[in-house]
Design a protein around this ligand. Structure first.
Ligand code: SF4
Length: 459
């Protein structure tokens, strides 16, 4: 799935009184983790904890971790080592998220100053775990995956004042051969449709205009209430909420991506012009080895639905190169997939062996330098495609949601419905904050990763 860079979740908050209960939380990994952190922060603040800007100032230091690749995991242990000496001074350390679930109590051996180890499936027990920590228990764990509920809290502390995440499904019932997620996040649990709707309506009332529906595989969403909505129905209902101008969703699994989703998108322009459909490989042979449950032809059928839809949708994907046994021919099929689909953007990764995954035992490993060579070829091909695709925008006008300002360039930063970054100038608007507004922008230039333009309105 799409993985934005790690974020320091506490940075947006005012520094506060450090004499009381204080915390610092750093987030690694995907949007699911970023949103989990928003919920954990909300729960902590509702309990009287105040966020601070650095681990040095905090009484409770938390790392919400990602184990999708070895590098992300190593980073967490490096962070923990950096502050090891602080533990003796009454500071409490906790590891949350995927590394916590994967490594479990081994973390206490590797980093003995850690007091809390909890996977995301245990966040429903967060209050109880905090009570134990506050009572002086220095070995608190939340590691059970035996759960049938999604984590819901009324206390989510959101990072962005205009765009809000809503988790609709947690966990994953697939077993892709390279992926740790079923092991770290547990089985699929969908939230009740009405609960999702109530959260979305509440956000609209508080002036949020963009909603991003989140899940490891949103396409397999099934409302557990008698209404029994599928994902396409939920998507359409959220998009009808007055005040909601944009709805996005991530991430999809091609096997569960039905035509009804494209029909729902076609029926309401509030659903953004963007589909992220992770292919992982263009070779049916490799897809079978990955246990992805679809062939290249199945995947291309879904691309066809999207390309023949009523509106024009941007298509993005994830690709893994160097999966065990991937031949030069398999890799060339992936390159051909890029040519056929002409993705608007892609996230590409070298295969990284992970514990508890089927691929770990597979033979015929691809040497690191070969993986790197393939990654470079893939990225160069995609760069050329993006240069071409983005150039098609020159002269067109797109509506952007303004996300902020780049003072160094004297430009505002906007995002189009199809998820392109469109930086633009706005005469006379430089002093006022346009953030959160929707504005038409005429595209004047393009590069491989973004567009440049000028405001088409004098707002
Ligand atoms: S669908 Fe596959 S890649 Fe995605 S989270 Fe589930 S197991 Fe991992």
């Amino acid at each position: 799935m799409a993985r934005p860079p790690a974020a320091r979740a506490s940075l947006d908050y005012n520094k506060s009184n450090v004499s009381g209960k204080t915390f610092y939380l750093e987030t690694f990994g995907c949007q699911m983790n970023a949103h989990d952190s928003e919920k954990v922060i909300g729960a902590l603040m509702a309990r009287g904890y105040e966020p601070v800007d650095t681990p040095a100032e905090a009484g409770l230091v938390l790392y919400n971790t990602c184990s999708i690749r070895d590098k992300a995991e190593q980073k967490v242990f490096h962070r923990l080592q950096q502050f090891q000496r602080e533990a003796g001074k009454g500071k409490i350390f906790g590891v949350l998220g995927c590394v916590a679930q994967q490594e479990g109590e081994r973390i206490f051996e590797r980093a003995p100053h850690v007091s809390l180890v909890a996977g995301s499936a245990s966040y429903t027990r967060l209050g109880e775990m905090l009570t134990q920590l506050e009572a002086g228990n220095r070995r608190v764990t939340g590691l059970s995956l035996d759960i049938d509920q999604a984590f819901e809290t009324p206390f989510t502390r959101r990072d962005n004042p205009h765009r809000a995440y809503i988790t609709i499904i947690e966990g994953c019932d697939k077993s892709c051969a390279y992926c740790v997620v079923p092991f770290t996040r547990g089985p699929e649990r969908s939230r009740a449709g009405e609960s999702v709707m109530a959260e979305a309506r509440g956000l609209a009332e508080r002036d949020y205009t963009e909603i991003q529906l989140l899940g490891q595989n949103v396409n397999s969403y099934r409302d557990p209430s008698p209404a029994g909505w599928d994902f396409a129905t939920l998507l359409a209902r959220v998009a009808e909420i007055p005040g909601i101008r944009r709805v996005r969703y991530t991430t999809s699994h091609p096997r569960d991506f039905g035509k009804s989703i494209v029909d729902a998108m076609d029926s309401n322009t509030a659903i953004c012009d963007h589909v992220h459909l992770p292919a992982q490989s263009g070779s049916s042979r490799v897809l079978a080895a990955m246990d992805r449950l679809y062939t290249r032809d199945d995947y291309m059928r879904r691309i066809e639905w999207i390309k023949t839809a009523k509106r024009r949708y941007a298509i993005t994907t994830d690709i893994i190169v160097g999966f065990p046994g991937e031949t030069e021919r398999d890799f060339e099929e992936t390159l051909r997939l890029l040519d056929e689909v002409e993705y608007d953007s892609l996230f590409s990764f070298k295969y990284s062996p992970r514990p508890n995954t089927a691929a770990l035992a597979m033979e015929d490993r691809i040497p690191e330098e070969e993986k790197q060579r393939r990654l470079v070829i893939l990225q160069e091909k995609q760069r050329a495609i993006q240069i071409r695709r983005n150039a098609e925008w020159i002269g067109r006008t797109a509506e952007v949601l303004v996300e902020g300002r780049n003072p160094a360039l004297g430009q505002w930063i906007g995002r189009t419905s199809d998820n392109r970054i469109l930086n633009f100038t706005h005469p006379g608007g430089n002093g006022d904050s346009l953030a959160g507004r929707y504005m038409p922008v005429r595209v004047t230039r393009s590069g491989p990763n973004s567009l440049v333009g000028e405001s088409a309105s004098m707002v």
